[in-house]
Design a protein around this ligand. Structure first.
Ligand code: ADP
Length: 292
């Protein structure tokens, strides 16, 4: 572990591995001004997101996750730094161009599906609506194809109120993709769902990611949801931390998380723990049942 502490690493860890990045954040700061003080929401974030990647941004409440999403989505502007999407620096765009960028390139899925759906239209009409209301430019996806992909083909004629929360959220994914955006931004999309519904929503994200190659950035504090993404980056106090789990080995309930690779080694073993000032050592107990 570096002398900087377990959670602090160089920005290289955030470079997309192979192809060029579709989204590139460099030294991004965001300070919200409240009366005469400032809240530092982001404190120098560097992040590359590859074209076609499904990325999870995880971290505790107030860490700066939504701020990152809002900046990538062109809903807000950084206080300093650059945000490049497909070679365009969003910080150089005027308001009209930023609005066009948002409309043409970005799909949003928020926590709480009701926010995404019009209650008196059926699901197919809801999915067709972005095509009707946008001004004639750009390609459209077929509503029935989208509903099929997210597993809602048999709900096309239902109104939102007749659907479960998870089904509404899958409808929201279909709506977000109707105008063929290249990037799908999702803020806590499974937060209000039971685990079975959450899995169905995550399956829908994966399906559209594979079918359309759409790049997905999903903010979540749900580690199960995060585990379904291709890659995870962790945010805390406005900083990006090393990707992967465990970065912060102790969760909010004080439980220590171990890497997946440790699980076969631990299975059925009797363990002894030694607590040291800067680490906890686990050792198989001599002569225990799994001490092979
Ligand atoms: P997260 O999504 O991880 O919960 P946010 O990005 O929403 O975190 O917020 C990061 C920090 O910025 C928090 O301290 C939050 O209170 C603050 N913040 C976010 N939006 C605003 C705003 N519009 N005005 C003032 N402070 C804000």
């Amino acid at each position: 572990m570096s002398g900087l502490g377990p959670n602090v690493v160089s920005t290289d860890a955030f470079a997309a591995p192979d192809r060029g990045a579709l989204i590139r954040l460099r030294h991004v700061f965001k300070v919200y001004r409240i009366v005469d003080t400032g809240v530092i929401a982001l404190a120098g974030v560097d992040l590359d997101i590859e074209d076609g990647e499904f990325l999870a941004v995880v971290g505790p409440s107030g860490a700066g996750k939504s701020t990152i999403l809002n900046l990538i989505g062109g809903l807000d502007r950084p206080s300093a730094g650059t945000i490049e999407v497909d070679g365009t620096d969003l910080t150089l765009l005027g308001d009209d161009d930023l609005t066009r960028y948002r409309a043409e390139r970005i799909g949003f899925v928020w926590q709480g599906a009701a926010r995404n759906l019009i209650p008196y239209l059926n699901i197919r009409e809801n999915v067709r609506l972005p095509a009707v209301t946008s001004h004639g430019s750009g390609r459209r996806r077929d509503a029935d194809e989208l509903l099929e992909l997210v597993g809602l083909a048999d709900r096309a004629r239902h109104r939102p109120g007749m659907l479960s929360g998870g089904e509404q959220q899958r409808a929201a994914i279909a709506i977000a993709l109707a105008n063929t955006p290249r990037i799908l931004l999702a803020d806590e999309p499974t937060a209000e769902l039971d685990s079975a519904s959450a899995v169905a929503v995550l399956d829908a994200f994966r399906a559209v990611n594979q079918e359309f190659g759409v790049t997905i950035v999903m903010v979540t504090h749900d580690l199960v949801a995060a585990s379904r993404a291709d890659r995870r980056v962790r945010v805390r106090d406005g900083h990006l931390l090393r990707e992967g789990i465990p970065v912060d080995p102790v969760d909010e309930d004080g439980r220590v998380r171990l890497p997946d690779e440790a699980l076969p080694w631990l299975a059925d073993a009797e363990l002894e723990a030694e607590i040291h000032p800067d680490e906890v050592r686990l050792r198989r107990r001599e002569g225990g049942p799994a001490d092979a």
